[in-house]
Design a protein around this ligand. Structure first.
Ligand SMILES: NC(=O)c1ccc[n+]([C@@H]2O[C@H](COP(=O)([O-])OP(=O)(O)OC[C@H]3O[C@@H](n4cnc5c(N)ncnc54)[C@H](OP(=O)(O)O)[C@@H]3O)[C@@H](O)[C@H]2O)c1
Length: 253
């Protein structure tokens, strides 16, 4: 546990981490719990994986609650807001981590269904969830951390344009929300990861593609989910109290 009063401590805070059953979200939930937060571990299909995350947090002396929802479904944001209000723990930190390119296809082959799914998961879901949770966040002068992608800097070549363009909108959402929510005392920042060793990469990347991703970084390796979780912790903790509206690229250089 990080000592209370320390600027990296989340002691006494309540956090919702979306997509915490896997990859970056799972690492973030564990890092937040170790920093002292009560963590709502959100998941969709991975009930068992989410249970394992909550169990690991528990075993490490932390505290967590499971929260299942399909965030791409209509009405999901309001349901999550109702569940969090009913839990009565308030909300200090929202990490909008859920996202997925779904498929990697050339621009000419992106059909309307794929574009709609990409927008629903990567943009509409953080947009509507943030909106639905604003009253709770405003009560605590909370913090929002969005997760986009380092592809927003390279325009998402290699079958990722549909995804990179939509994640680019998350960077803009971050900057705009920071302006709009500053009067409420709410900070909003965004972490843009490079290629990270998670289930998403295992699902969508060939070994050759992963080698190319590694070669493009100054460190010649993929990032670890825990390395992104540490950046998210910084954006969520008092350590970053004077930072808002920023997108930070954590991509191995
Ligand atoms: N990995 C990378 O290289 C990389 C690079 C740049 C940016 N990112 C971004 O980082 C974030 C996390 O990525 P990751 O690599 O950790 O992905 P991941 O391992 O595939 O995990 C994705 C998480 O999102 C949840 N999810 C998927 N569809 C959902 C839906 N419809 N409703 C609610 N939850 C849903 C999954 O829940 P269930 O498994 O429970 O269904 C899972 O917890 C994403 O926004 C991604 O775009 C990743």
């Amino acid at each position: 546990m990080v000592a209370e009063g320390h600027s990296w401590s989340l002691e006494g805070r309540t956090a919702l981490v979306t997509g915490a059953s896997s990859g970056i979200g799972r690492a973030t939930a564990r890092v937040f719990a170790a920093a002292g937060a009560h963590v709502f571990v959100h998941y969709f299909r991975g009930t068992d994986r989410a249970r394992a995350v909550a169990k690991a947090i528990d075993a490490e002396g932390g505290s967590a609650t499971l929260l299942g929802a399909d965030l791409a479904a209509p009405g999901a944001a309001a349901e999550v807001a109702r569940a969090l209000s009913a839990a009565g723990r308030g909300l200090d930190i929202l990490v909008n981590n859920v996202g997925d390119p779904i498929r990697r296809v050339a621009f000419a082959e992106v059909d309307e269904a794929l574009l709609d799914q990409t927008v629903a998961l990567n943009f509409k879901s953080p947009f509507l969830l943030t909106q639905a949770l604003l009253p709770l966040l405003a009560e605590r002068q909370g913090v929002i951390v969005n997760v986009s992608t380092a592809l927003t800097r390279r325009a998402g070549s290699g079958g990722n344009l549909h995804y990179a363009a939509v994640k680019g909108a998350v960077n803009i959402l971050t900057a705009g929300l920071a302006v709009e929510l500053a009067p409420l005392g709410i900070r909003v920042n965004c972490i843009a990861p490079g290629a990270i060793d998670t289930e998403l990469q295992a699902r969508l990347s060939t070994p050759e593609r992963l080698e190319r991703s590694k070669a493009r970084t100054l460190m010649h390796r993929l990032g670890k989910p825990e390395e992104i979780a540490q950046a998210i912790l910084f954006a969520a903790a008092p350590a970053s109290a004077y930072m808002t509206g920023q997108t930070i690229f954590v991509d191995g250089g």
